[in-house]
Design a protein around this ligand. Structure first.
Ligand code: DAT
Ligand code: MG
Length: 148
């Protein structure tokens, strides 16, 4: 089954949006497999956002993501990577449709509330960066017999 890495960014944590965001993915029908509140060390931030290291906003991005605690999560479900990206909305909140997380809760591209993996490869890489194997919990969700 497909898994993705999602993270409530420091602005989302400060604005008390953890519950709202978790709730959306729960209600959608995805399964939470791992979660933790944590501070991101600079080296992990640089590695996580490695694909952007040549971009002019890289320094700002690393400063922002390390500026306060984040809520890191692993979610599982059919097409969860692409569906979570749709539920997040466009990178720049000005282009994110209402109803999406960024469309509903964010204004500027620097502070866009949530991160989500954009492909199978990045999901695998990011889950590996943030979670040890034993921090991902296998359990049967009986509701799947009724909803999926
Ligand atoms: P996403 O987070 O939607 O995957 P991304 O991977 O292209 O977007 O960029 C990572 C983060 O970097 C993004 O969430 C916010 C920041 N960012 C992207 N483009 C930016 C820009 N032009 N100016 C400032 N920050 C930017
Ligand atoms: Mg990205």
């Amino acid at each position: 089954m497909e898994q993705t890495f999602l993270m409530v960014k420091p602005d989302g944590v400060q604005r008390n949006l953890i519950g709202e965001i978790v709730s959306r993915f729960e209600k959608k029908g995805f399964q939470l497999k791992g979660a933790k509140l944590m501070s991101i060390p600079t080296e992990l931030a640089e590695e996580h956002y490695g694909e952007h290291k040549e971009r002019p906003f890289f320094g700002e991005l690393v400063d922002f993501i390390t500026s306060g605690p984040v809520f890191a999560m692993v979610w599982e479900g059919e097409n969860v990577i692409a569906t979570a990206r749709q539920m997040m909305g466009a990178t720049n909140p000005k282009d994110a449709v209402p109803g999406s997380i960024r469309g509903d809760f964010a204004v500027t591209v620097g502070k866009n509330v949530i991160h989500g993996s954009d492909s199978k490869e990045s999901a695998e890489r990011e889950i590996g960066l943030f979670f040890k194997e034993e921090q991902i919990v296998e359990y049967k969700k009986l509701i799947n017999d009724w909803s999926n």
